[in-house]
Design a protein around this ligand. Structure first.
Ligand SMILES: CC(C)(COP(=O)(O)OP(=O)(O)OC[C@H]1O[C@@H](n2cnc3c(N)ncnc32)[C@H](O)[C@@H]1OP(=O)(O)O)[C@@H](O)C(=O)NCCC(=O)NCCS
Length: 219
């Protein structure tokens, strides 16, 4: 995921300082154990009438265009909430989510969007995302822990972003990134990936197109 080209338009050294108002560190006893990022963007302008199928990548591109054009943002999308392993599973995610929501509210926005990356989807890479989000527990909440957290606090599932992150590279790059060999064309499962990676030995590249789930948190 560190090889997603769109990420540089947000996390790049020269760009990131302008997004510091939307970046958070999570501390426990003074130690940084987590981080959260969001990006503001203009929605409802030009052809931006619905949440993009291009998800995570696309909101970063939209925000970048807005900055270049001097356009004011009208809403905000979460990009990431992540903790060190030792700080997971204890409910810290809600504090981070609340921080992002407070940030959106303080900016005058009516909602916080999130292209959610279901945290257990990688265990079922062959299931289409539309079927995965329909898998529910007895209490009616999603079986996926991260999606469940969003829904439980009032997040509304809007739709799937089928190509939220696109990561493309030569087979040599993919081998370097993953430690795996890509010797057959077709779909290849990669540890941690939510869906199989598409490999072309003939054309010497592999492409990972990650689906996420658009969630809207009204404020
Ligand atoms: C996803 C993440 C942010 C969730 O934060 P968290 O503070 O660990 O979540 P919580 O403690 O609030 O747990 C929420 C639910 O997930 C469950 N859960 C947490 N970790 C789990 C795990 N490894 N396996 C299964 N369930 C898990 C909890 O039991 C809880 O379930 P409940 O709804 O039945 O109460 C955190 O696990 C993380 O940093 N993961 C790595 C980065 C990541 O994938 N981020 C999301 C995409 S940006």
């Amino acid at each position: 995921m560190q090889h997603d080209a769109a990420a540089k338009l947000y996390f790049g050294r020269s760009v990131f300082p302008s997004y510091l108002d939307y970046a958070f560190a999570g501390l426990v006893d003074g130690e940084v154990v987590g981080r959260a990022f969001a990006v503001p963007f203009a929605f409802g302008v030009d052809d931006r009438n619905e949440l993009p199928g291009g998800g995570w990548d696309q909101v970063i591109r939209w925000a970048h265009e807005d900055r270049t054009a001097g356009r004011k943002p009208t809403t905000m999308s979460a990009l990431e909430i992540a903790f060190l392993p030792k700080a997971r599973g204890g409910g810290n995610a809600l504090a981070m989510l609340d921080a992002l929501k407070a940030c959106a509210k303080g900016s005058g926005f009516a909602e916080l969007f999130a292209p959610v990356r279901p945290s257990q989807k990688h265990l079922r890479p062959r299931i289409p995302m539309r079927d995965y989000i329909d898998l529910k527990r007895d209490d009616g909440l999603p079986i996926d822990a991260w999606l469940r957290t969003h829904v439980r606090v009032g997040g509304q599932i809007i739709k799937i972003a089928p190509c939220s992150m696109t990561i493309v590279g030569t087979l040599a790059e993919w081998s370097r990134w993953t430690g795996a060999l890509f010797e057959r064309s077709g779909e290849e499962e990669v540890a941690g990936a939510l869906v199989p990676v598409l490999v072309s030995v003939e054309q010497n590249y592999a492409a990972y197109v990650e689906p996420n789930v658009w969630v809207r948190h009204p404020l």
